[in-house]
Design a protein around this ligand. Structure first.
Ligand code: ADP
Length: 679
């Protein structure tokens, strides 16, 4: 009826011009024959809501629709694009194992994985791989009496294939390539996207070196660190430095009885011969002839840092932290993550994401905690439904995903929410808000998942005693500041603002979990929200603002594009004068404009004005209350020296961050967003 369309039109008015452009280019369904649009944005949200609420009460569909159309919650791209269409993937994140064989009966040889990747990319998913099991360059290949070409050369095949398979004709695939630091080809890997190669090779990969606590300690001490040929060793756990059985990472708290229990249930097949210390493992590798040499850990880190400074790659994955804080650790060891590292996953697992738009939950300069709680509750329900609504491209993926039912509820719009709260991003107060928001969202997401378990059952691999509550070892706020060498307390005003989160009692949550179970092995994750934040018209994930105003060159001339929130503030101070705006657009920032009022300069700090340590600390705050990972780019100014990257990488480890990436402005020729004037 007409009334309905009026409602639709009203909701469409929430969409920004850029949101409409993105929706039009990639998301709105078209008739395949005429190429005419067959839906409006509201019809898209309705399609997604209806599809994900199948089998639920009618009010659930309304709730889903309401959350999306008000831009309070937006699911990841594949869910928006593919819900109720011929393409079946609704998840963004996949991890595919790669064994050291061309093909295997289990379907996890190199070319089996390549095929899996192609199918996933075709439908809009991103894939992560650990290439460490591949024998090093120059090693023998028995079947052909030839020599192996090593992980990096195989990665190139994955890269080219990604180029060719454009996702449903809409976007190109994204990959994460990981190599563990003990691999003999690690130096090749570190250099794979640097120097002359940086704009040429592996363009569809983010790459990360997987490092261990032991390695990081040796970086400090400058000790040698062994390289191991994975083909030659009988200890197939692939991590030589902390081998203590498969349970190395739980040394302190896994008791003999848990080991026995595990064995009884065959949850983890235990091979007694694998229970060795680090030194024993190394001795074994030496006798096997598997140790190909030693590198100085500090020198290797220097190379990693140099390369990351030069091109942004490689990042680091802190494998021990990842596994220490993996709630279903008893299912195996995590070796890899999805492309942006917010999802550490077991082989063949996938995860679907969605994000709450924090900006929408600032009402009259205050945080609407109840509104967030309500949104989280339905968002988790939505994401849990995605697990069943997905049409999985491969049997293994379906099995692994349904066993744990991992979902990742994240956030976007943090920076803008802080502006609206009058809190500076790079301040103790800003960090404190991050910390408490993360805690509150995690708490409520867990609660929602417990309630779902009560209603629909726990995830199949749920074990009430073995499941690890990762909040139990969340670092205290002051502790985080201390690691970074910062002192200070949040202001009274901000503490009052966050009182609702401060007072949460997680032990209650544990009681409920033990009583009713848990629907999802993980519940939260901070994704980059690269596109969905554009749809929602807000700042991406937990990143600071990027540019306040910039000049965009289009065919018919130059336009100044200005952040609407910033414009609001300029108006408030009667500064929305075209000349002023033009001046600001030239640099993209206001910190160096003495004529701009201090409040504006304080609130509108952009990514490059924010000191790297504050970037890192926001990431650390969100990582504490999180059972997956946090995607964050530590954006550096182009004139930052290499030491800064070193500090960021080492401090990230000390802060208990799971994965870290830097990007220095203008370090690559192709860069998506520039500050200031774009020519
Ligand atoms: P979006 O905003 O489009 O939902 P994000 O930027 O939050 O996506 O990214 C979330 C995850 O989606 C990434 O970590 C990755 O796994 C996947 N992803 C993102 N961009 C791509 C891409 N171009 N191709 C394939 N997967 C992608």
């Amino acid at each position: 009826g007409k009334g309905k369309w009026t409602e639709f039109d009203q909701r469409d008015l929430l969409l920004t011009y850029n949101a409409l452009k993105v929706l039009e280019a990639r998301y709105l369904l078209k008739d395949p024959d005429t190429l005419r649009y067959v839906e409006t944005p509201q019809m898209l949200f309705r399609r997604v809501a209806r599809f994900l609420a199948r089998g639920e009460r009618k009010d659930v569909e309304e709730k889903f629709y309401e959350l999306m159309s008000s831009l309070k919650f937006v699911p990841n791209t594949p869910a928006l694009m593919n819900a109720d269409t011929r393409l079946g993937i609704l998840s963004a994140c996949f991890v595919i194992p790669v064994r050291d064989s061309m093909v295997t009966p289990q379907g996890d040889g190199i070319f089996d994985s390549l095929r899996a990747m192609a199918v996933i990319h075709q439908q809009g998913g991103g894939t992560g791989f650990d290439f460490s099991e591949l024998r090093p360059k120059g090693d023998v290949v028995a079947s052909t009496a030839g020599v192996a070409s090593g992980p990096v050369s195989f990665m190139r095949i994955f890269d080219v294939s990604t180029d060719v398979v454009k996702q449903g004709g809409k976007r190109r695939g994204a990959n994460m390539g990981i190599l563990h630091v003990w691999h003999p080809d690690v130096e090749d890997f570190i250099r794979a996207k640097t120097g002359e190669l940086k704009d040429a090779q592996l363009q569809n990969f983010n790459i990360s070196v997987a490092v261990y606590d032991e390695f990081m300690r040796k970086v400090d001490s400058g000790e040698p660190f062994p390289l191991v040929n994975p083909r030659k060793t009988r200890i197939k756990d692939w991590d030589y430095y902390v081998v203590r059985a498969r349970n190395y990472m739980w040394e302190e708290w896994v008791q003999e009885e848990i080991l026995r229990e595990l064995e009884e249930r065959e949850a983890v097949p235990l091979d007694e011969s694998r229970i060795v210390t680090v030194d024993e493992a190394l001795a074994i590798a030496e006798t096997e002839g598997a140790v190909t040499g030693y590198v100085n850990a500090r020198e290797l880190m220097t190379k990693i840092v140099k390369s990351a400074w030069d091109s942004g790659d490689p990042g680091l994955i802190f494998v021990d932290e990842v596994n220490r804080r993996h709630p279903v650790w008893y299912l195996g060891k995590i070796q890899a993550t999805n492309p942006c590292a917010e999802e550490p996953l077991l082989p063949w697992e996938s995860c679907n994401l969605g994000s709450i738009n924090l900006e929408k939950f600032v009402v009259d300069g205050k945080i609407d905690w109840d509104g967030i709680a309500e949104a989280v509750k339905y968002a988790v329900r939505f994401l849990d439904n995605v697990v069943d609504a997905n049409r999985y491209p491969l049997k293994q993926i379906e099995e692994a995903t349904k066993r744990t039912r991992k979902v990742g509820l994240g956030v976007m719009g943090l920076a803008r929410a802080l502006v609206r709260l009058g809190v500076q991003y790079d301040s103790i107060d800003g960090l404190y808000i991050s910390y408490q928001l993360a805690k509150f969202i995690y708490y409520n997401a867990m609660l929602a998942s417990i309630e779902l378990a009560k209603e629909k059952g726990s995830f199949p691999a749920y074990d009430p005693t073995l499941y690890k509550d990762v909040w139990e070892n969340a670092r205290d706020f002051q502790e985080i500041l201390k690691v970074a060498g910062l002192g200070g307390q949040p202001s009274e005003q901000v503490r009052k603002m966050a009182a609702k989160a401060e007072s949460l009692d997680f032990s209650v949550l544990k009681e409920l979990r033990l009583k009713y179970g848990l629907r999802n092995a993980t519940v939260v994750s901070v994704a980059p929200t690269g596109t969905i934040s554009i749809i929602a018209g807000t700042s991406s994930a937990i990143e600071p603002l990027f540019a306040l105003a910039f000049v965009r060159n289009v065919a018919v001339g130059k336009f100044i594009e200005i952040d609407p929130l910033f414009l609001e503030y300029l108006k408030k101070y009667e500064m929305d004068d075209p000349e002023v705006i033009k001046k600001i657009a030239e640099s993209g920032t206001v910190s160096d404009q003495p004529f701009v009022p201090k409040t504006i300069r304080r609130l509108f700090r952009t990514a490059h004005e924010v000191d790297p340590i504050y970037h890192l600390l926001h990431q650390a705050c969100w990582q504490q209350w999180n059972d997956s990972g946090v995607s964050k780019t530590i954006n550096l100014r182009s004139d930052e020296p290499e030491d800064v990257v070193w500090n960021v990488y080492v401090t990230a480890w000390r802060l208990g961050i799971k994965g870290i990436t830097v990007y220095r402005d203008r370090s690559k020729s192709k860069q998506v967003i520039y500050f200031g004037i774009k020519e």
